[in-house]
Write a protein that binds this ligand. Structure first.
Ligand code: FAQ
Length: 334
């Protein structure tokens, strides 16, 4: 496959006229024009090295989030209260695995290998979303993850369908369609529980209380603290800022909470007529950075689960490689 990594090798031989990733004002101007016109940058196109690195960082962290994100919900598959809910949850968790794979594939078009990406996750070098370091204590958490976590994910990811990098934007189209189903199944689960017993309603309220603030943190730090935003906005990777997306999420979610009949754990939540938005209280950024730094309630457990799965799956990878080698040898002999 032609990738940017192969361009580096080509660059060493400096074939005349061949685009490389080395600084080049002419290619840079063409790249800037394309981004300004809203055209996609494709894997074979020249791109600035910083753009490529930012994409690898964001896409791979997004992929890791999807894969680690299977764990909190996977924890409830065997304990789902009915066959219907079990099959829905199984399908959802499987979808998240699929999203991780599309995203790893999109990152690979930028010249990094899957092994490098996985190694970065397992060694703790690469980040994944803070949200998946919180525990799923009751069945209501499964509904709340669908409603709030997938809801926040969709809000953040719809603009990524128009991201300037073609392979990422195209992966996001399908992911967003599936996330939208995930959000609805979570809301449906909660609506059912809210029509149940007082104990079930309390369970939903307790789960909402625990997940509300971490869901708002998913959008990342305030714009003023967002070190990557300026470049990402200029390059058309990000289209809407962290704070704007967070506000859109709050505005969309408050009426949904009212229909559901649950309270949101924020005494400062108030409709602001002048702004035409819901005001909300201050986010605990110390908690956010603590979780991002690896000290959340489940960080160790999540990473350990991924590392164990990788180690225990070694024999599958070896068997698949041996099988591929055999087939290739047979094809050569034929
Ligand atoms: N957690 O400068 P910014 C899902 C880091 S998928 C951890 O603003 P940026 C599906 C950030 O990486 C959820 N770290 O960064 C699902 C940066 O550090 P770095 C994941 C965070 O990239 C549902 C530093 O802070 N979604 O939920 C977080 O411009 C249910 C400064 O931040 C995506 O990945 C955080 N929450 O904006 C699965 C979407 N926020 O890398 C299962 C794609 C920030 O320089 C079940 N990503 N940081 O070392 C994005 O849109 C962006 O990367 C942001 C962050 C908005 C997350």
């Amino acid at each position: 496959m032609y990738t940017q990594a192969m361009d580096i090798a080509a660059a060493k031989g400096e074939k005349p006229g061949k685009p490389t990733r080395l600084e080049n004002p002419e290619y840079q101007a063409q790249f800037d024009d394309k981004v300004d016109r809203g055209d996609f940058i494709e894997a074979k196109d020249w791109m600035p090295e910083a753009y490529r690195r930012t994409l690898v960082r964001q896409i791979s962290q997004h992929a890791h989030s999807e894969i680690v994100g299977m764990l909190p919900e996977g924890n409830w598959i065997t304990r789902a209260p009915s066959l219907k809910r079990k099959s829905i949850l199984l399908a959802k968790v499987q979808d998240e695995g699929g999203h991780g794979l599309y995203l790893y594939a999109a990152a690979e078009t930028l010249g990094v290998s899957r092994d490098e990406l996985v190694e970065a996750l397992h060694s703790g070098k690469a980040k994944y979303s803070s949200i998946f370091n919180y525990p799923t204590l009751t069945w209501a958490d499964i509904g709340v993850i669908g409603w709030l976590v997938d809801g926040a994910a969709i809000m953040n990811q719809i603009p990524l369908c128009r991201c300037s990098y073609g392979p990422y934007a195209r992966a996001m189209l399908r992911i967003c369609k599936e996330e939208s189903f995930h959000q609805r199944q979570g809301y449906d689960l909660l609506l059912t529980m809210m029509q149940g017993t007082p104990a079930q309603r309390d369970m939903v309220q307790d789960a909402v209380n625990r997940w509300w603030w971490p869901s708002l943190m998913m959008f990342g730090p305030h714009d003023a603290q967002s070190q990557n935003s300026a470049d990402s906005m200029r390059w058309g990777i990000k289209r809407i800022s962290n704070d704007e997306l967070r506000q859109k999420f709050v505005d969309a979610t408050v009426p949904q909470a009212q229909v559901l009949g649950v309270g949101l754990p924020d005494p400062h939540l108030k409709w602001n007529e002048q702004r035409g938005h819901w005001d909300f209280g201050a986010i605990d950024w110390d908690e956010f950075w603590n979780v991002v730094a690896g000290h959340g309630p489940c960080n160790r457990e999540r990473l350990q689960a991924r590392v164990s799965a990788w180690e225990e799956g070694a024999w599958v990878r070896e068997a698949a490689l041996a099988h591929a080698d055999k087939r290739a040898a047979r094809a050569r002999a034929a």
